[in-house]
Design a protein around this ligand. Structure first.
Ligand code: ADA
Length: 561
């Protein structure tokens, strides 16, 4: 899925399609490190994007998936290999030489390499073993697949290239700051830049480059604001003598004031879902039509909010959110990380790196209004404070124009909330931990909303907006029950109905992200995962609606058009 930014003067070679493939089983190879691209006996094929272990015969297998294809370059010189995400870790070779490696799952990466014009061979080896990355653990509640799960391409990088142009709204009259980063030989000193908004004529601006970057303050001609109701977008093309980048952005401001989130100065109520990138059979490698379909289903329920759980999102999905006027919470990869990990130096550094990279990549999406990290980490542990602080600092070093949060399940014992702007609570009243003698303990829903409202109203937190960032119940698609007990669609619909009512009735709650949009594959485990799925979707994995779909749609009618 081709996404912004675009580089109109460069030659882009799309690597999506069919690659040769060979799988090396866990026991046959010691590590990703020891892999050599020589002598691999390619015996089958795989697609890019795709994951190799979603279907048989490799479903459930762990080891190295080796991909190979050839490509032809018209131009010689510096090139960039770009990919929207690997699982779980990968090394990339061109003509037998390693050009890059990553152990950041779902992270967009870009690796430079030099090549002559003509035919070349790319080999990518993906390791889906948990040992390949400190960012994952065997139990995160979503299946850990392996492969090249997002779009990949190669493009040439001219001398004095522009890397990105990040656009920040300074005021609603169209005033913006554009932070431009360069690469491949741009010396510090004077530079002349062309800037063209919305495909118009380029106006030249003199700027000074220092440490490979510069900044311009400009006014967008004919500015139109981005909002949920009217998601107007602008483009800007920034050019040097040899290169150009086109970025798409929206003019809008986001702030937290007096316990509310304001977009363009007006309070918003965020109503929507947590969503995994999850196909029924094929794992997380969704195509554009599937992303669009999911957003259309959310819109059909009048939702305006998506929490992209629990990893950096597909850039193509965010492009769609920009165009359709969704508010998005994007978060770095993490799930229930405990004391040992939160104080581990390698995990710490990887998390900080992931936070920086996520923000840089998604910086121009107006839909993204919240940055998150460490879903349900041990934020009640004082030893976790340095990491929580480092992560908000990392995000704010990249971007102060959005809000920072994390999904907390430590509640009144939390010791890290001071580092973020928004209090977000994950809770499962009337689902986990209820007395097995009492069916339908739905008074717990009301108590839960009241409890966290009281918590958020404490003097030290009163200024923070409050989001119920996860809440829900499992239902097996097609399971109906006369007494509407657990696992029936009736139970789930009734519970979600109460949750939506509570959120709408309580002004203190700025938002709700129901858990979850659709059933998604995980592991059969002791925490209620029949079928090996997390069954709390309002849709099943085939997007067949459960009863809760109508409940939400009817209750939110009027929230969006
Ligand atoms: C947690 C977690 C989710 C999911 C959920 C559940 O809140 O953040 O990823 O596992 O629980 O279904 O229990």
């Amino acid at each position: 899925m081709n996404t912004y930014p675009l580089y109109p003067l460069r030659e882009v070679t799309d690597l999506d399609g069919i690659w040769d493939f060979h799988f090396i089983k866990d026991d046959d190879t010691p590590s990703l490190e020891d892999f050599s691209p020589e002598g691999v006996a390619y015996d089958t094929i795989e697609t890019v994007p795709g994951v190799f272990d979603a279907t048989l015969p490799l479903a459930g297998q762990r080891g190295l998936g080796v991909y190979r294809r050839t490509f032809t370059l018209a131009r010689g010189g510096r090139h960039l290999f770009t990919c929207g995400g690997f699982l779980l870790a990968a090394r990339i070779f061109v003509d037998g030489r390693e050009i890059g490696r990553t152990d950041q799952p779902f992270m967009k990466v870009r690796f430079p390499f030099d090549a002559a014009p003509g035919a070349h061979e790319a080999v990518v080896v993906c390791d889906n073993r948990f040992s390949s990355t400190p960012m994952w653990k065997p139990f995160y509640d979503f299946y850990a697949y392996g492969g090249i799960c997002r779009h990949a391409d190669i493009m040439d990088v001219p001398q004095k290239a522009i890397r990105r142009a990040a656009v920040f709204t300074l005021a609603l009259d169209g005033s913006v700051r554009i932070d431009i980063t360069f690469e491949n030989g741009v010396a510090d000193g004077d530079i002349s830049l062309g800037v063209a908004f919305d495909g118009g004529r380029a106006v030249r601006h003199a700027a000074k480059v220092a440490n490979g970057r510069t900044s311009l303050r400009l006014k967008v001609p004919n500015p139109t604001l981005w909002s949920q109701e009217s998601p107007a977008l602008h483009t800007v093309t920034v050019s040097t003598a040899s290169d150009a980048v086109t970025e798409r952005f929206g003019l809008r401001t986001v702030e937290a004031r007096d316990g509310r989130i304001l977009v363009n100065g007006k309070p918003v109520k965020l109503m929507g879902y947590n969503r995994h990138e999850a196909d029924a059979d094929l794992g997380p490698a969704l195509g554009p039509q599937q992303h669009l379909q999911d957003l259309r289903l959310l819109r059909e329920m009048h939702c305006n909010f998506v929490r992209g759980c629990h990893y950096p999102q597909n850039q193509g999905f965010l492009d769609l959110c920009d165009q359709m006027g969704f508010f998005v919470w994007e978060e770095a990869l993490g799930w229930g990380n405990q004391k040992g990990q939160l104080t581990d130096r390698v995990f710490f550094d990887h998390q900080v790196e992931a936070a920086h990279a996520m923000v840089r990549e998604s910086i121009n999406h107006p839909s993204v209004i919240l940055w998150g990290f460490l879903n349900e980490g041990a934020s009640d542990f004082p030893g976790a404070r340095p990491l929580y602080k480092a992560l908000s600092d990392a995000i704010r070093a990249e971007d102060t124009s959005r809000l920072v949060t994390y999904a907390c399940n430590r509640y009144e014992n939390d010791v890290c909330l001071e580092f973020v702007d928004v209090m977000s609570i994950n809770a499962y009243p009337a689902w986990y931990g209820t007395g097995c003698e009492k069916p339908r303990e739905f008074d717990l829903i009301h108590k839960c909303f009241k409890r966290f409202e009281d918590f958020a109203n404490r003097p030290e937190y009163r200024h923070m907006p409050l989001i119920m960032s996860e809440i829900g119940a499992g239902a097996i698609y097609g399971c109906h029950d006369r007494i509407a007990s657990e696992w029936s669609e009736e139970y789930q619909a009734d519970l979600i109905g109460l949750v939506v009512d509570e959120t709408l009735a309580r002004e203190r709650y700025t938002g709700l992200a129901l858990w979850q949009f659709c059933d998604a594959r995980t592991y059969v485990s002791s925490i209620y995962r029949p079928r090996g799925f997390n069954n709390k979707g309002t849709f099943d994995e085939f997007r067949r609606p459960k009863m809760a779909f109508r409940t939400v749609r009817d209750k939110l009618a009027g929230l969006t058009v």
